[in-house]
Design a protein around this ligand. Structure first.
Ligand code: CP
Length: 302
């Protein structure tokens, strides 16, 4: 396929190819001149219908490092506010001879829908509660970098799994690479179908931390929650918040990840987020190389 819509339909070989390509781009990014001419004939539109800091800037930097021409669209300041549809919006952008669309949208399946109606390559930069494929790729790439391999590693995904596209894409990606995956959170924040995905389920955060090599701590997504009162943020941080005191009770060192943005003091305390256990900023750094790899490989499939 000439799109990256999700991790679900990628093979292990596809993911390994993305990682090997990202390895070489990471080397480029560590040079004094960080730019390569690979996509100099390609124009890419970053079309964001939802807020973003990391993903949006990371894609834009990846595109610029590859010498692509870049245009940015933010729905809040666009003619979507006058009632223009998604298809009309994207078709008008494509009429300006755009080759690739990187899209974030609040509706699950929005990029899949678009892929059936437009001719450009589409990269899903997060579709509602569904998938966030480049986040999962950069997460697994960061585990591989830190621990040498993903296969055989135990990864606990902790928190608001129900509303998390990061969780679903991570589960698919980690399982394809041979990791064991556990999810941990209050029952109200775990989807009913979670056991069908072949993951272990744990309610107690300490047990999950004791089990894992890597804890990927998720943000509580208040903007997507229907049930805003259980657990409350205070209850959540009391029973599920990851802090130094908990880590000190473990008889081993574990790696802490978070996709960002962090609700400091809710799902993750600063004494962990800013500690040597954390690879949160390495994840962000790796995001640029991963997105360069994805864009470069898709451009070759035009
Ligand atoms: N991790 C992530 O998707 O962050 P943004 O929402 O800031 O892009």
């Amino acid at each position: 396929t000439r799109h990256l819509l999700g991790i679900k339909n990628l093979s292990e070989e596809d993911i390994q190819l993305i990682f090997e390509t990202a390895d070489s781009f990471k080397e480029v990014l560590n040079r004094p001149i960080k730019k390569v001419p690979s996509l100099r004939d390609i124009t890419i539109a970053n079309v964001f219908f939802e807020n973003s800091t990391r993903t949006k800037l990371s894609f834009e930097l990846a595109e610029k490092r590859l010498s692509a021409d870049v245009v940015n669209f933010a729905s809040g300041s666009s003619s979507v506010k006058k009632g223009e549809t998604l298809i009309d919006t994207v078709n008008n952008i494509l009429a300006m001879k755009v080759d690739m669309v990187v899209m974030r949208h609040s509706s699950p399946g929005a990029p899949h829908f678009l892929s059936r109606h437009i001719r450009a390559n589409i990269v899903n930069a997060g579709d509602g509660t569904h998938e966030h494929p480049t986040q999962a790729l950069l997460d697994a790439f960061s585990i591989r970098e830190k621990l040498g391999d993903v296969a055989g590693k135990k990864v606990a995904i902790i928190g608001d799994v129900l509303h998390s596209r990061v969780a679903l894409s991570n589960i698919f990606c980690l399982q394809k690479l041979g990791a064991e995956v556990m999810v941990c959170g209050p029952a109200t924040l775990l989807p009913k179908y979670i056991r069908d995905l072949g993951v272990q389920v744990e309610q107690e955060v300490f047990k999950a931390l004791q089990w894992c090599d890597v804890a990927n701590v998720l943000r509580i997504q208040l903007e997507r929650q229907q049930i805003k009162y259980f657990p409350s943020l205070r209850e959540y941080s009391l029973y599920y918040g990851v802090n130094k005191k908990l880590l000190n009770r473990l008889n081993k060192e574990i790696v802490i990840m978070h996709p960002g943005p962090i609700n400091r003091g809710v799902e993750l305390n600063s004494d962990v987020a800013d500690s040597d256990h954390s690879i949160i900023l390495q994840q962000v750094e790796n995001g640029v190389a991963i997105r360069m790899a994805v864009l470069y490989l898709l451009a070759g499939l035009k």
